[in-house]
Design a protein around this ligand. Sequence first.
Ligand SMILES: Cc1cc2nc3c(=O)[nH]c(=O)nc-3n(C[C@H](O)[C@H](O)[C@H](O)COP(=O)(O)O)c2cc1C
Length: 259
Amino acid sequence: MKHKIFYFTGTGNSLWAARVLGSSLQDSEIIPILNPSMEGLKDSETVGVVFPVYMHRIPYLVADFLKTLPELDYLYAVAVNAGDTGQAFSYFNKQLSTTLNGLKTGFSIVTPSNYLPFGEAVTGEKRERLLNTAKAKLGRVSKIIRERKSFFDREDGFFKKNIVPGMLYSAGYKFLKSLDKKFYADDSCTSCGICEKVCPVGNITRPEGRPVWHNNCQMCFACINLCPESSIQYGKKTPGMKRYRNPEVSVDDIINQRN
Ligand SMILES: Cc1cc2nc3c(=O)[nH]c(=O)nc-3n(C[C@H](O)[C@H](O)[C@H](O)COP(=O)(O)O)c2cc1C
């Protein structure tokens, strides 16, 4: 394959973006970061990494994956986000080995948010509008990738304009893995076990049927968004809020990124 695209997703947007990009590039292979095949990587014309932005940065498991990348001819990052990539590209860059010589290309793809504490999921026309805009941008991005150009973009958005200070994110990111303390299952939990299956890192067990979180969280928000009964909550705000999943990605697709 000419083009290899690695992805990690919590609620489907990044997998969807990887698929859209892959079909536009053609001759491409989409590979889960949770089960990465590095075969033929050095011979690929382009290698991309598609990931969700968390707290202006990158998921920890994506950072760990980046450390394993060999020297490559053309590497690009696709930061899937809800309006502000913050320092995601520089964090990405910091993980790369010196032989990789740094990231020279990074794209921001704005999608609906899965971070419920800042508001419930958008639906209907608003969701479609956001995804259509993202799709059109991915088409333009594929041209840049095919030509192997250097390019960076950043988007100003809600987070920057609305004073959520960078310091808060810096502090939060450090403790990200234990921010799962605020998750709980309410009385509507049927012990179906989907939360355990969608967790990308085995951070959820169900000793008595209901989920228990073990402070090794990636904060992907898959468990809370994909629970079929909306029984998982995060703090006080989320009861009654609409959940998010990319409409073109199934729960099974998300579970299967582990296999
Ligand atoms: C813990 C957490 C932190 C987030 N931080 C940011 C952020 O700093 N900037 C942003 O634009 N979106 C942020 N988001 C939103 C996600 O990046 C966005 O919804 C993305 O599309 C999710 O991708 P996925 O569906 O592939 O998991 C955050 C989401 C979560 C769960």
